[in-house]
Design a protein around this ligand. Structure first.
Ligand code: ATP
Ligand code: MG
Length: 259
């Protein structure tokens, strides 16, 4: 399984929406997709109108080693070739519990090993923080021989995002050094883009595009259909298949999977 961490410690930048819609696009293209609701806020679970995973087969228990049963018990089906590991309220305890654990950065990677041959792709919807939870997701997305994957950074085109991205890149570098792994940053996905908001927005997009590394993988406009799909518990591909947003996520999927 190729593991992609959808990460940005800044909140409300489209991590969850991008995880759902990119995942749906990949599934529509024929890949077997696993979405991981890795944010204790549980937005992905909520946005797809899924039930929490019942105890004891929760991700937190699996990561902490207090659940060692059948890993398929964590899964919920969300569509053709599209499965989800939903959240459970116990995810709130995970961050502090991990601090006491051994090998605390590699716990998620170890859980995901169990799905290695069941899925082509796993997308991790990360929480808006730079703590040990995010370290686990970054480590899971490290480069491994014969596997693609890496970090995808949803960002808003606004000034505060530039600093947020810099901070995230530093965190990734320091984790990679400490763990002696390579964590590829595949690129930025500019979300909620609305050029009518003016020069700050358009010039920030230009600045991101000028960076070149990491590249801008896609620009997703601010559209009512994304919010409506969320409320309807569906992906945009499913809710508004002929919308420009659906097409953009399909192109993003193609670009990532062609690489
Ligand atoms: N392209 C878009 N057009 C319109 N609304 C969008 C778009 N992308 C995301 N949204 C909406 O913006 C809000 C924030 O997006 P989302 O929850 O995906 O961000 P997030 O980075 O996951 O936030 P958090 O850090 O809180 O987890 C949501 O209500 C979502 O429906
Ligand atoms: Mg989110």
């Amino acid at each position: 399984v190729d593991i992609y961490a959808m990460t940005n410690q800044k909140g409300g930048v489209g991590k969850t929406a991008s995880t759902i819609n990119l995942g749906a696009a990949m599934a529509a293209a024929g890949e077997r997709v696993l979405l991981l609701d890795y944010d204790p806020q549980g937005h992905l679970t909520e946005a797809l109108h899924l039930a929490e995973t019942p105890e004891p087969a929760t991700l937190a228990n699996a990561m902490l080693g207090t659940y060692t049963g059948e890993v398929h018990a964590l899964l919920t089906r969300a569509g053709d070739r599209l499965d989800v590991i939903p959240t459970n309220l116990d995810a709130f305890l995970l961050e502090s519990a991990l601090h006491q654990a051994r090998a605390k950065e590699s716990r998620l990677a170890r859980v995901l090993e169990a799905y290695e041959d069941t899925y082509d792709v796993c997308l991790i919807d990360c929480p808006p923080s730079l703590g040990v939870l995010t370290d686990n997701a970054l480590y899971a997305a490290r480069s491994r021989s014969g596997r693609r994957g890496g970090v995808i950074v949803p960002v808003l085109a606004e000034d505060s995002s530039v600093r947020a991205v810099r901070l995230l890149l530093m965190q990734i570098r320091s984790l990679a050094e400490a763990m002696r792994v390579d964590v590829p940053v595949l690129g930025l996905v500019v979300t909620l883009y609305d050029a009518r908001r003016g020069k700050v927005v358009t010039s920030t997009l230009e600045a991101f595009e000028h960076l070149g590394d990491p590249p801008v993988l896609g620009v997703v406009p601010d559209r009512a259909s994304v919010r409506e799909a969320w409320r309807a518990g569906r992906s945009v591909l499913d809710y508004a298949p002929s919308s420009d947003v659906a097409e953009i996520y399909q192109n993003l999927a193609k670009r990532l999977r062609a690489a």
